[in-house]
Design a binder for this molecule. Structure first.
Ligand SMILES: *[C@@H]1O[C@H](CO)[C@@H](O)[C@H](O)[C@H]1NC(C)=O
Ligand SMILES: *[C@@H]1O[C@H](CO)[C@@H](O)[C@H](O)[C@H]1NC(C)=O
Ligand SMILES: *[C@@H]1O[C@H](CO)[C@@H](O)[C@H](O)[C@H]1NC(C)=O
Ligand SMILES: *[C@@H]1O[C@H](CO)[C@@H](O)[C@H](O)[C@H]1NC(C)=O
Ligand SMILES: *[C@@H]1O[C@H](CO)[C@@H](O)[C@H](O)[C@H]1NC(C)=O
Ligand SMILES: CC(=O)N[C@H]1CO[C@H](CO)[C@@H](O)[C@@H]1O
Length: 360
């Protein structure tokens, strides 16, 4: 202070003090802006393979915390892992979750019908469900901290019920995420080609796997030539009705709704209502999936994802769509404001203060 007094005098001194005061104020505002954003939240833990910074969340009801992150869209998927070769690739690859389909069919086309890994109309596979689960468990045992999650998509109620013995043996031993998926209701667009999995029988079977996430959706009819079509209010209400009729909302099991990207993009309001309704009693999320070649309104889908937030949306879509979504760039709105505050505010204020000083 003494030094300052000796060096400057008169109006220059007053201007300097005002600018120091302003700078202190600016630094404080800037700090508060950083705190108000989720900036710190994303900086707590680095993901193992160098993905975005993340924090711990609980994916199952055991006391196992994992660093999957609050950014659920950053979780990576191997989709339709329905053969030995694809399973080998998925296990050695740098992905978090293995998704596969199960039908009642034949191993290598021979012998009795049993649960095998295949997507209809295929009913022949070189991989049975039992072997599939065994190999993943074996891998996960040897790769602590890099375990892969499993999502099983059961294509009929017959194959689900025929798999219960295998699931009984395996699921209690799983120390990693397990999702059980089925399309339990007829959905968009006027889908009437495939028969949904009977919801009552499906939930009855699922009740014994408290640690499993229930992934429950609608059958869909969509593709490259579709533009209109949405998850209707009736379809979402139907989902709520079957959930409450089967007491699913009182069990504490986590729920995710798998929705097809192109259709979900048109259904923002209904999906918000659905998730909010389930949220009253239980945790729920969306899993956005897409088939290669599906028409998707990318702008609308981005809006949907940022509307729910990346901490509530899993994203299992082809790479092309994922890159079009450009989720690293939230675009206009709150997030832009956030980064403007975080990184641009100080320099903006320096500029303001210095131009003000020049006018004195
Ligand atoms: C920001 O949050 C941290 C931790 O909650 C707190 O210690 C710090 O004082 C806050 N800073 C400001 C400028 O509010
Ligand atoms: C599951 O764990 C039990 C007890 O440790 C063991 O006896 C059983 O063989 C395991 N099952 C599988 C499929 O690994
Ligand atoms: C399925 O839906 C289409 C289009 O609405 C309709 O033309 C067809 O008759 C329906 N088929 C059955 C079996 O209901
Ligand atoms: C879900 O419920 C919690 C607690 O009741 C609430 O804080 C949160 O805002 C709800 N989220 C949505 C998306 O409705
Ligand atoms: C979430 O993950 C996606 C995909 O990895 C990434 O592009 C995006 O930047 C992440 N967002 C946040 C807020 O971390
Ligand atoms: C994860 C979660 O919120 N679970 C709750 C689901 O609903 C039941 C009944 O209201 C609660 O007991 C669980 O804690």
């Amino acid at each position: 202070m003494l030094l300052l007094r000796g060096l400057v005098g008169g109006s220059t001194k007053r201007a300097l003090w005002t600018s120091i005061l302003l700078l202190v104020l600016v630094a404080q505002i800037n700090g508060a802006a950083l705190n108000a954003s989720n900036y710190y939240q994303y900086q707590v833990v680095e993901k193992e393979h160098g993905g975005p910074a993340i924090v711990n969340i609980l994916l199952q009801d055991r006391d196992i915390m994992r660093t999957w992150g609050t950014n659920l869209t950053a979780i990576t998927w191997a989709h339709a892992v329905n053969s030995q070769q694809l399973l080998d690739e998925a296990l050695t690859g740098d992905i978090d979750f293995i998704e596969a389909d199960i039908v009642l069919g034949k191993l290598n086309g021979e012998g009795e019908d049993m649960p095998v890994m295949a997507h209809p109309p295929a009913i022949i596979s070189d991989l049975t469900l039992a072997e599939f689960l065994y190999q993943i468990m074996d891998f996960n045992r040897d790769h602590e901290g890099q375990e892969k999650g499993v999502k099983l998509d059961f294509k009929s109620i017959e194959v689900f019920e025929g798999s219960l013995d295998i699931l009984d043996e395996n699921i209690p031993n799983m120390t990693y995420p397990i999702w059980i998926n089925a399309d339990i209701l007829s959905g968009p667009v006027e889908q009437n080609k495939s028969v949904p999995v009977d919801p009552d029988r499906f939930f009855a079977g699922c009740m014994r796997y408290k640690q499993a996430v229930l992934s429950i959706g609608w059958t869909t009819n969509w593709g490259a030539d579709f533009r209109d079509g949405e998850y209707t209010e009736e379809q979402c209400e139907g989902m709520l009705e079957t959930l409450s009729a089967n007491n699913v909302l009182s069990t504490g099991q986590s729920i995710t709704f798998p929705v097809r990207a192109g259709i979900a993009a048109n259904s923002e309001e209904q999906l918000h209502q659905l998730v909010a309704a389930v949220n009253e009693t239980n945790e729920s999320s969306l899993t956005i999936w897409s088939s290669a070649g599906d028409y998707v309104d990318v702008a609308k889908l981005r809006k949907l994802i940022f509307g729910f937030g990346v901490e509530r949306v899993y994203l299992d879509v082809p790479e092309e769509l994922a890159s079009q979504l450009d989720l690293g760039n939230p675009g206009n709105g709150a997030s832009t404001l956030k980064s403007l505050f975080s990184f641009g505010f100080i320099s903006l204020c320096f500029w303001a203060v210095s131009s003000w000083l020049q006018r004195l």
